[in-house]
Ligand binder design. Structure first.
Ligand code: HEC
Length: 447
């Protein structure tokens, strides 16, 4: 969308959001995002503090209603905000408020084409410098809000290391907090910071929560997944992946401090499937059902199919589950299911992808370990090649090459060589990862 003419963008906004009648009205993306931010903060604060902050919450809800009255899309926006205020008034359960608010936020993001993920990888050094300059005096250099200035501010600056706040924060929400501030507190908007600054800061803030060691080989999450997931959500997703309890925290840390900053796109069919599902998510939020469906189909034909044989030889159940979740996602999109259901289906598909990724990784690691255990000196050269390939960033193509060379050399003479054959052969043409062109002009964040 970024590169298209303003006219086309405006047309699409009008077409999608159902405000085609009001052509003389400028779309108001900034106000829409302000509303989206205000509602998000309100729902989070209500979940944390419930009725004890009632006065503040009602003030925020009134502010949200005021902004909503100036917006034309989605068509019933003011009424929907009023419903949320009514729920607060009636002390509705926090999860119900959260659900309503998230539906409306999604509608606003879709109608106004709000970017909820960065177009390029963030910079950790720039993020750190900005943080130290602008935020550390209140939030503390390590995020603990333990400075003299923090002690003098009421309400207190948020301690990012406190799970009550930190676990439920997404990088995207940090960007809107920096942009709009929080009314009535010392958290003022930082108007001098631009879009890229906000993303650099936001990912840095989430990284502050994870000072510990990093997992050696974290799953290949995309930038837009990382931008829109809380740490709580990442942990929940990882708990469905076969991962030792001791590895969960290093894996979350690696997602926040390593995967986020990887500039080179991960290669391989499953990474491609991830990128396609990402596109489907964006198309879905924008109400483009046909495009979303095409994206899911691509995830199957260019992602799942090429990896299918490898998966079924390694762990058929994982492969079947992946196929099943993609089929379910396609069905939800095709039948025009409510956004929350499509989102849940996307979450399931991404979870299944992560599991598939791990299964393939583990199979290579197991095979390598077996060779080491056999201790056959004739295999050492191949082993070294393979281990080097596994350690390199670009591990898939190189592991394939190393594996092919290895199987070529030893596959016929050593029973363990057979372990390599099925996954390797099936992952080669017609869709060798290398030959796949850059996937995405529209929404590819992972490059
Ligand atoms: C003058 C002190 C001060 C400075 C400087 C400051 N903040 Fe804050 N920040 C606060 C306070 C106070 C709150 C808590 C507001 C509340 O109670 O809702 C807060 C809250 C937040 C939150 C939590 C929002 C939520 O939804 O709960 C985030 C994220 C945040 N700040 C990020 C930043 C970033 C990034 C910077 C630097 C660009 C920054 N802050 C600079 C005082 C400050």
């Amino acid at each position: 969308m970024r590169s298209e003419s303003p006219f086309l963008t405006a047309f699409l906004i009008l077409a999608v959001s159902g405000v085609a009648r009001a052509q003389d009205d400028e779309p108001m993306p900034l106000q829409a995002q302000r509303l989206e931010h205000t509602l998000g903060h309100l729902a989070a604060d209500y979940a944390r503090f419930g009725r004890s902050e009632r006065k503040e919450h009602m003030a925020m809800a009134r502010e949200a209603e005021r902004i909503a009255k100036g917006l034309r899309a989605p068509p019933d926006v003011a009424a929907r905000v009023a419903t949320v205020r009514g729920m607060l008034d009636a002390s509705a359960p926090a999860e119900d408020v959260r659900e309503r608010v998230d539906d409306l936020r999604r509608a606003l993001i879709g109608a106004y084409r709000i970017e909820d993920a960065p177009p390029v990888s963030p910079s950790v050094t720039h993020g750190r410098a900005l943080y130290e300059q602008n935020c550390a005096s209140c939030h503390g250099p390590t995020g603990r809000a333990d400075t003299a200035r923090a002690a003098s501010v009421r309400p207190h600056p948020v301690n990012f290391r406190d799970p009550l706040f930190g676990e439920t924060l997404t990088p995207y929400e940090v960007t809107t907090t920096v942009r709009f501030g929080i009314a009535g507190t010392a958290m003022v908007p930082f108007a001098a910071l631009g879009e890229a600054d906000r993303w650099d800061l936001a990912f840095y803030v989430l990284g502050l929560r994870h000072p510990g060691p990093l997992a050696v080989d974290p799953p290949a999450y995309s930038l837009s997944e990382l931008a829109n997931r809380t740490d709580e959500a990442l942990r929940a997703e990882l708990s469905t992946v076969p991962l030792a309890a001791a590895d969960v925290e290093p894996t979350v840390a690696a997602l926040r401090r390593k995967v986020t900053y990887e500039r080179r796109r991960r290669r391989g069919a499953l990474a491609l499937a991830r990128a396609q599902i990402d596109r489907a998510r964006v198309a879905g939020v924008r109400g483009e059902r046909d495009e979303a469906l095409d994206d899911v189909r691509e995830a199957v034909t260019r992602g799942l199919r090429p990896a299918e044989a490898a998966l079924s030889s390694v762990d058929p159940a994982v492969g079947r589950a992946l196929g099943g979740t993609l089929a379910y996602l396609a069905d939800r999109v095709r039948s025009g299911a409510p956004p929350a259901e499509v989102d849940a289906a996307i979450g399931m598909a991404l979870g299944a992808l992560t599991r598939a990724d791990r299964a393939l990784d583990a199979s290579y690691a197991r095979a390598a370990a077996l060779h080491a255990a056999l201790g056959a000196s004739s295999l050492l050269a191949g082993m070294a090649l393979l281990m080097a390939a596994l350690r390199s960033r670009n591990r898939w193509p190189r592991a394939l090459l190393a594996g092919v060379a290895f199987v070529g050399a030893f596959g016929d003479t050593h029973p363990a060589g057979a372990l390599f054959a099925p996954p390797l052969a099936s992952d080669l043409p017609p869709s060798t990862p290398r030959s796949v062109p850059p996937t995405d002009a529209r929404h590819d964040f992972a490059s």
